[in-house]
Design a protein around this ligand. Structure first.
Ligand SMILES: Nc1ncnc2c1ncn2[C@@H]1O[C@H](COP(=O)(O)OP(=O)(O)OP(=O)(O)O)[C@@H](O)[C@H]1O
Ligand SMILES: [Mg+2]
Length: 317
């Protein structure tokens, strides 16, 4: 049995706004194994970033649990919480969100280390090591963000994230702001670091090519729900949830016979988190919807311990 790095149980994150309640993350359950690279996909607004922020402890959980290395974050003591913060780090899409424009690279990387209680000298040594890991010369320690290219900024953001020696890294669209050629370099760097440092990744991306390239498993979100989560090859090559089927059909590589039907499905208006339908969130767009789908959201069906699908079609099989 693989060891579990993060377990998410019936996680909910609701926001209140003028129109009512936005159920950005609703009853999401899944786990990530140690050393695994998990890709998280889904249309804009499906709740991917909110899920990541909730796992990171950056926003309060509405209900449910995030269990990190055996510790329930909702019940963690102050001391445990402090330890957890070192075990998981984050890289955002926007370099501006990762780095303070008025700070040198050195102080961006060392500040979290000094906060952890490290001496300035030791922290500088760690920053130098981190730059080496991302293949940048140590002279860049004295640069400011505006002096660096997009690819360099993302390398620095990665250096900053690995410098705290985390077990898990959450990467929210780490390459989508970059040129294609630079994207590949950053992905290869991430793969290399994962292996070298024995890291676990949760990578959020719109780009299925990124998923295919780097992830062991892929998780698919639709309007706040996790609808399918399993081995990348199976989820991409032979998706089980009708939403995933539609998503994959948007790629030109899939079975040409089915493509037109599935494309039709995806051109209908995406649903809204505000007026969620009763039952399965996807049923208004789903060509296979039955009465059951209109009544209640389907439970997860475990195809294997590492593969889950929330769809009534799977329950019948
Ligand atoms: N702080 C907040 N207050 C109110 N609503 C929020 C807040 N953060 C997110 N939301 C809402 O939660 C929903 C999910 O947003 P989220 O940013 O998690 O989606 P996403 O899948 O990351 O989208 P994208 O692919 O565009 O980054 C959206 O409807 C968004 O408006
Ligand atoms: Mg997002």
């Amino acid at each position: 049995m693989p060891e579990v790095a993060i377990e998410v149980k019936n996680l909910k994150k609701y926001f209140r706004n003028g129109d009512g309640t936005v159920k950005a993350v609703d009853d999401v359950s899944f786990h990530i194994n140690k050393g695994e690279i998990v890709g998280l996909v889904g249309e804009s607004g499906s709740g991917k970033t909110t899920l990541a922020r909730t796992i990171l402890g950056l926003t309060k959980i509405t209900d449910g649990a995030v269990i990190f290395d055996g510790v329930d974050m909702g019940k963690a003591t102050h001391k445990q919480m402090k330890e957890l913060r070192h075990k998981v780090s984050v890289v955002f899409q926007d370099p501006a969100a990762n780095l303070n424009p008025r700070e040198t690279v050195l102080s961006s990387i060392t500040r979290p280390l000094i906060l952890q209680g490290m001496s300035k000298k030791e922290a500088k040594g760690k920053a130098e090591e981190a730059l080496k890991l991302v293949k940048m010369d140590s002279e860049y320690l004295y640069s400011y963000p505006h002096q660096l290219s997009g690819g360099q900024l993302q390398r620095i953001a990665i250096a900053r994230a690995v410098a705290i020696q985390p077990q898990v890294m959450i990467l929210d669209e780490p390459t989508s702001a970059l040129d294609i050629s630079v994207q590949a370099q950053i992905l290869n760097l991430l793969l290399e670091l994962q292996e070298k440092l024995n890291l676990t990744y949760l990578v959020i991306t719109h780009d299925l090519n990124v998923i295919r390239y780097i992830s062991d498993r892929v998780a698919v979100m639709y309007l706040g729900r996790l609808v399918e989560y399993g081995p990348t090859e199976e989820v991409i090559g032979n998706p089980r949830h009708p939403y995933t089927q539609g998503l994959m059909a948007a790629l030109p590589i899939l079975n040409p016979r089915d493509r037109d039907k599935k494309k039709d499905m995806m051109v209908t208006e995406p649903g809204s988190l505000i007026d969620l339908p009763k039952g399965c969130h996807f049923h208004p767009r789903c060509p296979y919807a039955t009465e059951a789908c209109r009544e209640a959201f389907p439970e997860n069906v475990q195809i294997t311990p590492e593969y889950q699908v929330a769809c009534y079609l799977q329950q019948k099989n």
